[in-house]
Design a protein around this ligand. Structure first.
Ligand code: TYD
Length: 208
């Protein structure tokens, strides 16, 4: 790869994003890149608030969660401690586990997607990912992974919701295909094969 990229990794819950993030980081570092791997919701104050809400202990209005994700994302981009904008300027390749499309799909399942897109337009105008990688997986498989690997299940992690969210991701991709670079990879395969396809797409993006 010839330049540092901003890569967003997207997918429904249990799609294998964490595994791919790890494989991608190792591969890029082995090639001599400085890599900053990060995630949303963040582990900063607004992200912590969101994670408490996602546990579902008390009822929260979806519009409030959508607003918090907007704020968390701006903080993630702009904070001068380890913000994404700063990391990009420092020459890091930034890999972000979830970004705007997660809001379009997850929050767009419960409220107007147009509103969510408009509310996130500030982030999109500050820094758009060079590529949004969507790891596509069958919701039945993802739910099996979630229920067998975890002790706690978050509010969005039901089969019905995962199916809706997956459909919303595709709706958002169609809506924004002229503005965003989107790479969809079949995640129902061995992780090494998925990683190989993602890496090829990144190389192509970087050399464009
Ligand atoms: P994630 O960290 O990927 O899940 P986990 O910690 O369980 O591996 O994301 C947590 C949840 O946050 C996930 O269900 C998706 C949701 N989410 C949104 O609803 N909107 C968003 O904008 C983002 C970034 C995440």
């Amino acid at each position: 790869m010839t330049r540092n990229l901003f890569i967003a990794l997207e997918g429904i819950d249990g799609s294998g994003k964490s595994t791919q993030l790890k494989l991608l980081t190792e591969k890029l570092e082995a090639e001599g890149h400085k890599v900053y791997a990060t995630f949303e919701p963040t582990n900063r104050p607004i992200g912590a608030m969101i994670r408490t809400m996602l546990k579902g202990d008390s009822h929260t209005d979806d519009r409030i969660i959508a607003g918090l994700f907007v704020a968390d994302r701006l903080d993630h981009l702009l904070n001068d401690e380890n913000g994404i904008v700063k990391k990009m300027q420092e020459g890091y390749t930034v890999i972000c586990d979830r970004y705007c499309f997660s809001s379009y799909a997850y929050q767009g399942t419960h409220m107007s997607m147009d509103w969510v897109i408009a509310a996130n337009s500030m982030s999109a105008s500050i820094l758009r990912p060079d590529v949004n990688v969507f790891i596509d997986i069958d919701p039945d498989v993802s739910m099996q992974r979630i229920t067998s690997n975890r002790e706690t299940i978050e509010i969005y992690e039901t089969l019905d919701n995962q199916k809706k969210v997956r459909a919303k991701f595709f709706e958002a991709f169609e809506l924004l295909k002229d503005q965003e670079n989107i790479f969809i990879v079949d995640g129902n395969r061995l992780s090494a094969l998925v990683a190989g396809d993602i890496f090829a797409a990144l190389t192509q993006t970087a050399n464009r």
